[in-house]
Design a protein around this ligand. Structure first.
Ligand code: SF4
Ligand code: SF4
Ligand code: SF4
Length: 235
C-alpha cells in the first residue's frame, strides 16, 4: 500500500512546458492512458487533450512583477468527487497506490467527473467519447524492464530544473515526504476538502535586494522602489 503523488517546486519551475509535452508524448502512445488527441492542430482554433497544463500568473504589479508558473495535473485526491459522481463506475481510485484512473470500457463520456474536478484535471477525448486524465504514468512506474531510475512519470524525467518529484507520501523517508516537510509543501485549494495528494513547495523567502543606503536615502523615490522590490521578491 502506498500513496503516490508529485511534489512541484514553484521556485524551480521556469514554465518551459517540457513536462506537459513529455506527458503528451508518452501518454499519446500509451494504451493505459488511451491517447491525448489534438483537434485542428494547424487550423485557426487548435485544441487538444493535455493531462498536464502549466499555468502562468503574474504576482505584484508591472513593471516590478514576478511570474509564477504552476503546473497542474490530477492531484490523485483521497476524497475525489470525480470518482463518486461517476454513474458507471468508470472513474476509480486504486486501493494499492491511490492512483485515480478511468476505465475506458466503462466510460460513457458524460463529463460529470470533469465538472466535479476543481483542478481542471480531466479532459474529454472527443474522438473516442472517453474521459482522459493523468495516470501518474502507471505504465512506466511499475515497468520492471526499465532501469529503476526511469520508473518515474514522464513529466518528472523531462523537467530540466528538477522542479518535479515523484514518490510515496506514506513513506516518511521518501523524497516527496522529506521535501514537503522541509519546505512546507502545500495542497492546492485544501478548503474544498478533496484531500489532494500532490504538494506544491511555495517560493522560498529571498534575501533583501541590496540597494546601498547611500544610493537610496530614506524618503526618495529610489528608496521607495527598493522597498517595493524587497516586498515583491518576498512574495
Ligand atoms: S484532481 Fe480532479 S480528477 Fe484528479 S482525483 Fe482530484 S478531483 Fe479527481
Ligand atoms: S465521463 Fe466517464 S469517467 Fe467521467 S463520470 Fe462520465 S462515465 Fe464516469
Ligand atoms: S518541465 Fe519543470 S520547469 Fe518546465 S514547466 Fe514543467 S515543472 Fe516547470
Amino acid at each position: 500500500m502506498s500513496r503516490l503523488g508529485l511534489v512541484i517546486d514553484i521556485d524551480a519551475c521556469v514554465g518551459c512546458q517540457a513536462c506537459a509535452t513529455a506527458c503528451k508524448e508518452w501518454n499519446g502512445a500509451s494504451l493505459m492512458a488511451g491517447g491525448a488527441p489534438d483537434y485542428d492542430p494547424h487550423g485557426d482554433a487548435p485544441s487538444g487533450v493535455w493531462f498536464n497544463r502549466v499555468r502562468h500568473y503574474e504576482a505584484g504589479h508591472y513593471p516590478l512583477s514576478k511570474t509564477m508558473n504552476v503546473p497542474m495535473s490530477c492531484m490523485h485526491c483521497e476524497d475525489a468527487d470525480c470518482v463518486t459522481v461517476c454513474p458507471t463506475g468508470a472513474s476509480y481510485k486504486r486501493a494499492e497506490d491511490g492512483i485515480v484512473l478511468v476505465d475506458p470500457e466503462k466510460c460513457m463520456g458524460c463529463n460529470y467527473c470533469a465538472w466535479a474536478c476543481p483542478y481542471g484535471a480531466r479532459e474529454l477525448d472527443e474522438d473516442k467519447g472517453v474521459m482522459r486524465k493523468c495516470t501518474l504514468c502507471v505504465d512506466r512506474i511499475y515497468d520492471a524492464a526499465l532501469p529503476e531510475a526511469e520508473r518515474q512519470p514522464a513529466c518528472v524525467l523531462a523537467c530540466p530544473t528538477h522542479a518535479r518529484h515523484f514518490g510515496d507520501f506514506d513513506d516518511p523517508a521518501s523524497k516527496v515526504s522529506t521535501l514537503s516537510a522541509e519546505r512546507d509543501g502545500r495542497p492546492l485549494f485544501e478548503k474544498l476538502g478533496y484531500k489532494p495528494v500532490n504538494r506544491y513547495l511555495p517560493p522560498r523567502a529571498t534575501p533583501e535586494v541590496a540597494v546601498p543606503a547611500t544610493l537610496a536615502p530614506r524618503g526618495t523615490l529610489q528608496s521607495r522602489l527598493a522597498a517595493m522590490v524587497n516586498r515583491l521578491v518576498r512574495l
